[in-house]
Ligand binder design. Structure first.
Ligand SMILES: O=P(O)(O)OC[C@H]1O[C@@H](O)[C@H](O)[C@@H](O)[C@@H]1O
Length: 278
C-alpha cells in the first residue's frame, strides 16, 4: 500500500454554504468557514505542514495521551504528528484513519489500534468525531483531547460561558486543584492553562466584548475541557506560533481522572459539535 501523503488536503462544502479543510497530516481540521464567510478556526501563519510535525492551529488530535498524562515522553501523543489515510469522502463529510502500521510510533509501542476521525458539515454546525478501536489482545489505556484553536478577534475581549464554579487543575500551578469563580463569563486576562473536570456538555464562546459573535461548543463522550492561551511571554518562546491574541483553545478532553481503558475489540467514540449562532 502507498504511504499516506502528508500534503493531502480535503476540502468540504456544507449544505448551508459553509466549508472546511482537513489535512492528512494529523487528520487536522484547519479551516471551518461558516456561511457568513467568517473563519472560525485559528491557524498560525508559522505552522509547519510536514510529516512528523503537529500543525500549530486548527484541531490537532491528542492521542494516546493528552499533555504528559500517560506513559509516553511525547507531549500530546503521536496522532497529531502522524500522517493519516483518507478512508472515505463525500461533499460534506470525510473520514481519515490511522493504525499502528502507518502511525509514527514511539519506541516500544506494541498495541494494535484503529483510529477514525470524521468531520461532517451540517446546517450551521460542524461535527467532529474521534473513534478508537482496540485491535490488540490486551487492554488499551489512553487519554485524549481535540485541541481546538478557535479564532477570536482579541483574546482580551473574549468570554467563555459554562465554566462557572467548576473544579479545575491549573497547569501553570501544577498540583493545585482550584474552583472557578462564580462569574457567568470567564475572561482571559493572562496566561490560561486549565483542565476543567467534568465540564458541562455545552459551552458558549463570546468573541468580542459586546458578545455579539458567539459560537457554541457541545461535547459527547469527553468529560473534561481544557482552556489554553499562552499569553505573550510564553508565546514568544514558541517558534511556530504567530499571534497569541488571535485564538483561544477550548479542548474537549478525557484527561483529568482515570484514562479510558478499552478492552480488546472495543470501540470508544468522542464527539464535538461546534455551532455558529452569529
Ligand atoms: O505546544 P503544544 O505541545 O502543542 O501544547 C500546547 C498546550 O496544549 C494545551 O493543551 C496544554 O494544556 C498546554 O500545557 C500546552 O502548552
Amino acid at each position: 500500500m502507498a504511504s499516506p501523503n502528508p500534503l493531502l488536503v480535503v476540502e468540504l462544502q456544507g449544505p448551508d454554504g459553509s466549508s472546511a479543510k482537513i489535512h492528512a497530516q494529523g487528520a487536522t481540521l484547519t479551516s471551518w468557514i461558516t456561511p457568513d464567510g467568517v473563519e472560525r478556526l485559528f491557524v498560525s501563519s508559522k505552522a509547519k505542514y510536514q510529516a512528523g510535525s503537529a500543525i500549530r492551529g486548527g484541531v490537532p488530535i491528542c492521542w494516546p495521551q493528552f499533555a504528559m498524562r500517560g506513559p509516553l515522553t511525547q507531549q500530546h501523543g503521536f496522532a497529531r504528528t502522524s500522517t493519516w489515510t483518507l478512508a472515505s469522502c463525500e461533499s460534506a463529510s470525510v473520514v481519515f484513519s490511522l493504525d499502528e502500521t502507518s502511525a509514527a510510533l514511539p519506541a516500544g509501542w506494541t498495541s494494535a489500534f484503529h483510529l477514525e476521525m470524521e468531520v461532517r458539515l451540517g446546517h450551521e454546525t460542524m461535527t467532529q468525531e474521534l473513534r478508537v478501536t482496540n485491535r490488540g489482545d490486551s487492554n488499551l489505556p489512553f487519554t485524549t483531547a481535540l485541541h481546538t484553536y478557535l479564532a477570536v478577534r482579541d483574546i482580551r475581549a473574549t468570554g467563555l460561558r459554562g465554566l462557572r464554579a467548576l473544579l479545575y487543575q491549573d497547569n501553570t500551578r501544577p498540583g493545585q486543584a482550584l474552583t472557578e469563580e462564580e462569574e457567568e463569563v470567564v475572561r482571559i486576562q493572562s496566561e490560561v492553562d486549565r483542565l476543567y473536570v467534568q465540564a458541562p456538555d455545552r459551552l458558549v464562546l463570546e468573541d468580542g466584548a459586546d458578545g455579539r459573535r458567539t459560537l457554541t461548543l457541545a461535547k459527547q463522550g469527553f468529560p473534561d475541557v481544557v482552556v489554553w492561551n499562552p499569553d505573550g511571554a510564553k508565546a514568544s518562546g514558541m517558534a511556530d506560533l504567530s499571534d497569541w491574541h488571535g485564538f483561544l483553545c477550548i479542548e474537549v478532553a478525557h484527561a483529568a481522572r482515570d484514562p479510558v481503558i478499552l478492552k480488546p475489540g472495543e470501540t470508544w467514540a468522542g464527539r464535538q459539535i461546534l455551532g455558529a449562532e452569529g
